[in-house]
Design a protein around this ligand. Structure first.
Ligand code: ZN
Length: 311
């Protein structure tokens, strides 16, 4: 039962920015690869004579950064990081905090902050394989925030920097008793509707996912989310793809998720260029380890032919 559920969830992408390809939508692999390429541009800017390539992809960037010889290692690095990103939907599918579901804002943030610390420790002892695993995992959680919360619907066009900075507080999260979504509305093809005061007072919430929720809370939505009630899979707020409950905001959410991922990568970079290059594989040492490529970057590599674009 559990494995059937997992498989169904994977195939329908019920839980997350999708991990399979979907036309006109960005999945976790696209978002992660775009972000790594864009963050790497910033590090390469210190290389003499560097100009940002057009189009921006692994081949053009490795060349512009004078590291042509490491192109395939770079691709392996991105592939490994994106693989461990998508694994979060396999190993932790039922854990709300890993996907910022069910208003688990503090717990989700704690995962990211601990991940940043663990990566720094692994880089220090040159355990880059483990650092890549953790990096993939926390990028997934960070990216899901923009699809699963109402950060975008509140009008934000920039990342929530509090998610990667311990000392910053997450702005205005709803408490457990605050009703956030209208209940029992008919389907208008626009997904769930936030209560007016939530939008007016800029209160942060996220969708509940699984089997139950408190009345008045928002749902994630989708065919495998049973918090919406029977036949009401539309009644959610996720922006995982363009045909999701709040799919009209999918590209806004994906673009802010890319920007947020770049910020996280810059934080991990921490002005240590050699370690950063080695972490992402733009280095003579090929990333080691085994990972299945079915859900990973290789299946969507052709889609990331230019990470400059907005779409
Ligand atoms: Zn997820």
């Amino acid at each position: 039962m559990r494995s059937a559920f997992l498989l169904l969830a994977l195939l329908t992408g019920a839980q997350t920015f999708h991990i399979l390809e979907k036309p006109n939508s960005k999945n976790h692999q696209d978002i992660t690869a775009f972000a790594i390429l864009r963050a790497t541009v910033k590090v390469c800017e210190k290389v003499e004579g560097f100009t940002k390539p057009e189009p921006l992809n692994t081949q053009t960037l490795a060349k512009a950064c004078k590291k042509d010889a490491f192109k395939s290692n770079f691709e392996a690095g991105i592939e490994m990081i994106t693989h461990y990103n998508t694994q979060t939907d396999v190993t932790d599918i039922a854990s709300a905090k890993h996907h910022f579901n069910s208003e688990k804002f503090l717990d989700g943030k704690a995962l990211i902050i601990k991940g940043i610390e663990d990566i720094a420790a692994d880089v220090k002892k040159e355990d880059f394989e483990n650092a890549r695993k953790t990096l993939g995992s926390i990028l997934h959680t960070l990216q899901d925030f923009y699809s699963h919360s109402n950060w975008i619907e509140l009008g934000n066009t920039e990342p929530c920097t509090a998610l990667i900075n311990l000392e910053e507080s997450i702005p205005n999260p709803a408490d457990e008793n605050t009703e956030t979504c209208e209940s029992d509305l008919p389907n208008t093809n626009t997904g769930a509707k936030f209560k007016n005061n939530i939008l007016e007072n800029k209160i942060l919430t996220s969708g509940y996912y699984g089997t139950s929720k408190k009345k008045g809370k928002c749902s994630h939505g989708g065919t495998l989310d049973f918090t919406t009630g029977f036949g009401r899979g539309w009644d959610g707020i996720n922006k995982d793809a363009i045909d999701s409950s709040h799919g009209l905001d999918h590209h806004k959410a994906a673009d802010v998720a890319i920007a947020a991922s770049v910020q996280l990568l810059e934080k991990i970079w921490n002005n240590d260029d050699p370690s950063f290059f080695r972490l992402i594989g733009l280095h003579k040492d090929k990333p080691k380890g085994t990972w299945k490529t079915f859900f990973s970057f290789s299946s969507s590599k052709s889609r990331v032919s230019d990470a400059n674009g907005k779409r």
